[in-house]
Design a protein around this ligand. Structure first.
Ligand SMILES: Cc1ncc(COP(=O)(O)O)c(C=O)c1O
Length: 461
C-alpha cells in the first residue's frame, strides 16, 4: 500500500465559517476547525455533508448517539411544556431523575444536589466535605481532572498549560498528593502486584508532609481518564477509601467521565466494591444537556446544610428541559441494558485495539474498561517517552479518514456512543489504522499543534 498525504477538501463557505469562528469565538479548537451541522447515531456530519464516526460522543456525553429518536421526542415534548423555572422551586422531571439515580446506587446515596457542569458538581462535593468536617484540605490524585472552575482546577493535576498564571486564585497545589496507580509508568518505579500498592503508602507519607493534616476530602476519579486512563488495580480504590477514613476525611468519586454504563457497569465504582460518601456525575448522564450533580447521603447533607453554601444552587440547576431529557436517556440506558452491551462490544473493541498495539511501535499501551479506551503514544517502547506530536498526527489523520478522536498530550481517546455495533467498530479501527500508518510515515508534514486542543501539548518554557 502506498501512502500519500491526503488533504481536506472543504467548501469556500466552510472555510468562511472557520475564519469567522476564529475571529469571533474564543475557544479551544483543534485544527482544522471543522464546523458540524448534524448528527445521527454514531455519525456526525460537517457543513459540507462529510460524515465522520464520532468516537468522542461529543464531549463524552452522547451515550445513545446523536438525535436518538426518543430523546428528540423528549426534547420536543418538554419544550412545549416547560423549559425553565426558578431553581428555588421544583419540577416533577427532576424529582424522577433524582429518584432513578438513587435507585441505581448502593447504600444511602439518595440525595442529589443538581448543578449544570461537572466542575460545579465537584465544587459542591468540596463544599459538602468542608461543611461536614470543618476542615479544609482537599486531597486529590496526581493525574486527576475535576474541571475548569477555579476550585475544581485547583484539585486538577494533569499538567499542561491549564494552571499557568492562575497563581493564588487556585487552592494550594499540595492538595494533589495521591500518586495515580499508573502501572505502565509506575510513579515509584515498582511492578504490580509485587509492589503491594506501595504508591498508596508513599501517598500517605506525602499527605503527612504536605497537607495541614486537616483533610476534609479525598477526591478521585474512579478511573482517572484525562491523566492517562488509569484503570486502577482491583484493590486500589478500597485502600484509598481506607486512607480517607484514617485521615478522618470524606471520600468522593468523580464519575463525570464514566457514568453511565461506559465501563460496562452503570457506575464504574461497582467494579471495585467500594461505596463513596459522595459521588459526582456530568457528561454521559446529561444526554448533552446542561445538567450534572452531586449525590450523597441524607446524613451528610443534613450535617452540611447551612454551611459552606450547601445546598448549592444556580440559575439553571435542575431546569425542567435538561432534567426531562437526561431522565429519558437514563431510563433508556437501564431499559436497554446498555451497560451489558458496552461490556460486550467494548471487549471486542479492546481486542481490535490490542492488534494495533502489537503492530505499531508508537502505540505503547492501550488502557480502558468497557467501551472507553485510550492509546498511550510513545516515541520508544523501551523508554515509554510520551510522544504528543505523534498523537496529534494520529488525531489529524483520523479526521481525514472520517473519524473524530480526542488527542490530549500523548493520549488518544476512543469513546464511541455505546450503541456502536461490532461492524462499526471494525470500520472505525480500519480508519484508525490508516491514520496511524500515515502518522508513522510523517504525515501531516509541518503540523503546528501548539495552539491545538484543550491542553496544548507544548513543553513549558
Ligand atoms: C472527571 C471529570 N470531572 C469533571 C469534569 C468537568 O466537567 P465540566 O466540563 O462539565 O465542568 C471533567 C471534564 O472533562 C472531567 O473529565
Amino acid at each position: 500500500m502506498t501512502l500519500a498525504e491526503k488533504q481536506f477538501n472543504f467548501s469556500n463557505s466552510h472555510h468562511d465559517l472557520m475564519r469567522r469562528d476564529a475571529e469571533s469565538v474564543l475557544g479551544w479548537r483543534y485544527e482544522p476547525r471543522v464546523m458540524f451541522a448534524k448528527g445521527k447515531g454514531i455519525v456526525i456530519t460537517d457543513v459540507d455533508g462529510n460524515d465522520y464516526y464520532d468516537m468522542t460522543s461529543g464531549m463524552m456525553c452522547m451515550v445513545l448517539g446523536h438525535s436518538h429518536p426518543e430523546l428528540v421526542d423528549a426534547i420536543r415534548d418538554q419544550a412545549d411544556k416547560l423549559v425553565h423555572e426558578s431553581s428555588w422551586y421544583g419540577n416533577p422531571w427532576l424529582i424522577e431523575f433524582a429518584e432513578l439515580i438513587g435507585s441505581t446506587l448502593p447504600g444511602d446515596l439518595k440525595l442529589v444536589n443538581f448543578a449544570v457542569t461537572g466542575s460545579e458538581a465537584n465544587e459542591i462535593a468540596m463544599r459538602l466535605a468542608l461543611g461536614v468536617t470543618g476542615k479544609y484540605d482537599i486531597v486529590s490524585i496526581i493525574r486527576g481532572l475535576h474541571g475548569g472552575s477555579l476550585a475544581a482546577e485547583g484539585v486538577t493535576a494533569v499538567g499542561g498549560a491549564r494552571k499557568s498564571n492562575l497563581g493564588p486564585l487556585l487552592p494550594p497545589a499540595h492538595r494533589n498528593a495521591i500518586y495515580a496507580p499508573l502501572c505502565y509508568r509506575c510513579p515509584i518505579n515498582l511492578t504490580y502486584p509485587s509492589c503491594d500498592i506501595a504508591c498508596l503508602k508513599a501517598s500517605d507519607e506525602l499527605m503527612e508532609h504536605v497537607t495541614t493534616r486537616e483533610v476534609a476530602l479525598i477526591m478521585a476519579e474512579t478511573i482517572p481518564v484525562a491523566g492517562g486512563m488509569i484503570v486502577p488495580p482491583q484493590e486500589w480504590l478500597g485502600r484509598l477509601q481506607e486512607l480517607a477514613k484514617r485521615w478522618g476525611a470524606l471520600f468522593c468519586l468523580d464519575e463525570a467521565q464514566l457514568a453511565p454504563a461506559k465501563t460496562g457497569k452503570i457506575w464504574a465504582f461497582e467494579h471495585y466494591g467500594v461505596v463513596p460518601d459522595i459521588l459526582t456525575f456530568g457528561k454521559g448522564m446529561t444526554a448533552g444537556m446542561g445538567i450534572a450533580g452531586t449525590v450523597t447521603t441524607k446524613a451528610i447533607a443534613d450535617e452540611a446544610r447551612g454551611k459552606a453554601g450547601i445546598p448549592w444552587g444556580g440559575t439553571y440547576s435542575g431546569d425542567p428541559l435538561p432534567a426531562a431529557v437526561a431522565l429519558k436517556q437514563f431510563q433508556i440506558v437501564l431499559r436497554d441494558n446498555i451497560a451489558e452491551r458496552a461490556a460486550k462490544v467494548g471487549a471486542y473493541l479492546g481486542r481490535r485495539l490490542d492488534e494495533l498495539v502489537a503492530k505499531y511501535e508508537p502505540i505503547g499501551d492501550k488502557r480502558g474498561l468497557g467501551l472507553y479506551y485510550m492509546l498511550d503514544i510513545v516515541s520508544s517502547r523501551q523508554t515509554k517517552a510520551p510522544d504528543p506530536a505523534m498523537a496529534e498526527r494520529i488525531r489529524y489523520n483520523a479526521l481525514l479518514e472520517g473519524l473524530v478522536l480526542i488527542a490530549v498530550k500523548n493520549f488518544v481517546r476512543i469513546c464511541p456512543p455505546l450503541i456502536i455495533t461490532e461492524a462499526e467498530v471494525d470500520e472505525a479501527v480500519g480508519r484508525l489504522e490508516r491514520a496511524i500508518q500515515l502518522a508513522i510515515a510523517g504525515y501531516p508534514k509541518n503540523l503546528d499543534f501548539s495552539q491545538s486542543s484543550s491542553l496544548a501539548a507544548i513543553e513549558p518554557g
